[in-house]
Design a protein around this ligand. Structure first.
Ligand SMILES: [Zn+2]
Length: 141
Protein backbone atom coordinates (compact mmCIF):
# COMPACT_ATOMS: atom_id res chain seq x y z
CA UNK A 1 0.00 0.00 0.00
CA UNK A 2 2.95 2.32 0.59
CA UNK A 3 3.86 1.87 -3.07
CA UNK A 4 0.29 2.63 -4.14
CA UNK A 5 0.34 5.76 -1.97
CA UNK A 6 3.59 6.84 -3.61
CA UNK A 7 1.94 6.37 -7.01
CA UNK A 8 -1.04 8.43 -5.89
CA UNK A 9 1.35 11.20 -4.93
CA UNK A 10 2.45 11.46 -8.56
CA UNK A 11 -1.04 12.12 -9.93
CA UNK A 12 -0.44 15.85 -10.43
CA UNK A 13 -3.69 17.51 -11.54
CA UNK A 14 -5.55 14.21 -11.38
CA UNK A 15 -7.39 12.87 -8.35
CA UNK A 16 -4.65 11.24 -6.22
CA UNK A 17 -5.37 7.53 -6.50
CA UNK A 18 -2.57 5.02 -6.98
CA UNK A 19 -2.51 1.30 -7.71
CA UNK A 20 0.02 -1.51 -8.00
CA UNK A 21 -0.30 -5.08 -9.23
CA UNK A 22 1.73 -7.59 -7.25
CA UNK A 23 2.86 -10.90 -8.72
CA UNK A 24 1.78 -14.17 -7.06
CA UNK A 25 4.93 -13.94 -4.88
CA UNK A 26 3.26 -10.83 -3.33
CA UNK A 27 6.56 -8.94 -3.61
CA UNK A 28 7.29 -8.30 -7.28
CA UNK A 29 5.53 -5.26 -8.71
CA UNK A 30 4.25 -6.12 -12.18
CA UNK A 31 2.52 -2.85 -12.89
CA UNK A 32 1.76 0.48 -11.27
CA UNK A 33 -0.40 3.46 -12.12
CA UNK A 34 -2.03 6.61 -10.89
CA UNK A 35 -5.03 8.46 -12.29
CA UNK A 36 -4.17 10.07 -15.63
CA UNK A 37 -7.57 11.19 -16.83
CA UNK A 38 -6.66 14.88 -16.86
CA UNK A 39 -3.13 14.20 -18.04
CA UNK A 40 -4.15 12.04 -21.01
CA UNK A 41 -7.77 13.03 -21.68
CA UNK A 42 -8.66 9.35 -21.46
CA UNK A 43 -11.87 8.74 -19.46
CA UNK A 44 -10.74 5.18 -18.67
CA UNK A 45 -7.31 6.19 -17.34
CA UNK A 46 -7.97 5.20 -13.73
CA UNK A 47 -5.05 3.99 -11.62
CA UNK A 48 -6.33 0.40 -11.50
CA UNK A 49 -6.87 0.10 -15.25
CA UNK A 50 -3.40 1.47 -16.00
CA UNK A 51 -1.76 -0.83 -13.44
CA UNK A 52 -3.60 -3.86 -14.85
CA UNK A 53 -2.65 -2.96 -18.43
CA UNK A 54 1.01 -2.58 -17.50
CA UNK A 55 1.05 -5.83 -15.54
CA UNK A 56 -0.55 -7.71 -18.44
CA UNK A 57 1.89 -6.13 -20.91
CA UNK A 58 4.80 -7.15 -18.70
CA UNK A 59 3.67 -10.74 -18.24
CA UNK A 60 2.38 -11.06 -21.80
CA UNK A 61 -0.87 -12.50 -20.50
CA UNK A 62 -4.21 -10.79 -19.84
CA UNK A 63 -4.86 -13.36 -17.12
CA UNK A 64 -3.37 -12.08 -13.90
CA UNK A 65 -4.33 -15.16 -11.88
CA UNK A 66 -2.64 -15.27 -8.49
CA UNK A 67 -1.92 -11.55 -8.58
CA UNK A 68 -3.03 -8.91 -6.10
CA UNK A 69 -4.11 -5.40 -7.00
CA UNK A 70 -3.50 -2.83 -4.28
CA UNK A 71 -5.24 0.54 -4.64
CA UNK A 72 -5.60 3.54 -2.37
CA UNK A 73 -9.33 4.06 -3.03
CA UNK A 74 -12.16 1.58 -3.41
CA UNK A 75 -12.53 0.73 -7.14
CA UNK A 76 -15.39 2.21 -9.19
CA UNK A 77 -17.70 0.04 -11.30
CA UNK A 78 -15.42 0.22 -14.35
CA UNK A 79 -12.35 -0.80 -12.41
CA UNK A 80 -14.23 -3.49 -10.50
CA UNK A 81 -15.25 -4.91 -13.89
CA UNK A 82 -11.65 -4.74 -15.11
CA UNK A 83 -10.49 -6.54 -11.97
CA UNK A 84 -12.93 -9.38 -12.56
CA UNK A 85 -11.91 -9.56 -16.24
CA UNK A 86 -8.22 -9.72 -15.38
CA UNK A 87 -8.78 -12.64 -13.00
CA UNK A 88 -6.74 -11.14 -10.17
CA UNK A 89 -7.12 -13.20 -7.01
CA UNK A 90 -7.06 -10.42 -4.47
CA UNK A 91 -8.04 -6.76 -4.26
CA UNK A 92 -6.67 -4.69 -1.40
CA UNK A 93 -7.87 -1.13 -0.98
CA UNK A 94 -7.46 1.73 1.45
CA UNK A 95 -10.26 4.25 1.70
CA UNK A 96 -13.88 3.42 1.03
CA UNK A 97 -15.71 5.40 -1.64
CA UNK A 98 -19.23 5.74 -0.31
CA UNK A 99 -20.34 7.69 -3.40
CA UNK A 100 -19.05 5.44 -6.18
CA UNK A 101 -17.40 2.37 -4.66
CA UNK A 102 -18.01 -0.99 -6.33
CA UNK A 103 -16.20 -3.24 -3.90
CA UNK A 104 -18.51 -3.14 -0.92
CA UNK A 105 -19.81 0.41 -0.50
CA UNK A 106 -22.41 1.27 -3.13
CA UNK A 107 -22.10 -1.93 -5.16
CA UNK A 108 -20.13 -5.12 -4.72
CA UNK A 109 -19.27 -6.00 -8.30
CA UNK A 110 -16.08 -7.89 -7.44
CA UNK A 111 -17.92 -10.35 -5.19
CA UNK A 112 -21.13 -10.62 -7.19
CA UNK A 113 -22.12 -14.30 -7.11
CA UNK A 114 -23.48 -14.09 -10.65
CA UNK A 115 -19.96 -13.56 -12.01
CA UNK A 116 -17.64 -16.46 -12.69
CA UNK A 117 -14.63 -14.91 -10.97
CA UNK A 118 -14.70 -13.34 -7.54
CA UNK A 119 -11.47 -11.99 -6.10
CA UNK A 120 -10.95 -11.86 -2.37
CA UNK A 121 -11.34 -8.29 -1.03
CA UNK A 122 -9.38 -6.74 1.82
CA UNK A 123 -10.35 -3.18 2.70
CA UNK A 124 -9.21 -0.48 5.07
CA UNK A 125 -5.44 -0.89 4.68
CA UNK A 126 -3.85 2.46 5.64
CA UNK A 127 -7.32 3.89 5.01
CA UNK A 128 -6.63 7.15 6.84
CA UNK A 129 -3.46 7.89 4.87
CA UNK A 130 -5.29 7.13 1.61
CA UNK A 131 -8.28 9.31 2.52
CA UNK A 132 -6.08 12.16 3.75
CA UNK A 133 -4.48 12.50 0.30
CA UNK A 134 -7.90 12.83 -1.31
CA UNK A 135 -9.23 15.28 1.27
CA UNK A 136 -6.17 17.51 0.82
CA UNK A 137 -6.56 17.40 -2.97
CA UNK A 138 -10.20 18.43 -2.93
CA UNK A 139 -9.60 21.12 -0.33
CA UNK A 140 -6.92 22.83 -2.43
CA UNK A 141 -8.52 25.67 -4.42
ZN1 LIG B 1 -12.06 3.34 -11.54
Amino acid sequence: MRLALAEAGQAGDDVPVGAVVLAPDAVTVLGAGHNEREATGDPTAHAEVLALRRAAARTGDWRLSGCTLVVTLEPCTMCAGALVQSRVDRVVYGARDEKAGAAGSLWDVVRDRRLNHRPEVVEGVLAEDCARLLTAFFRTP
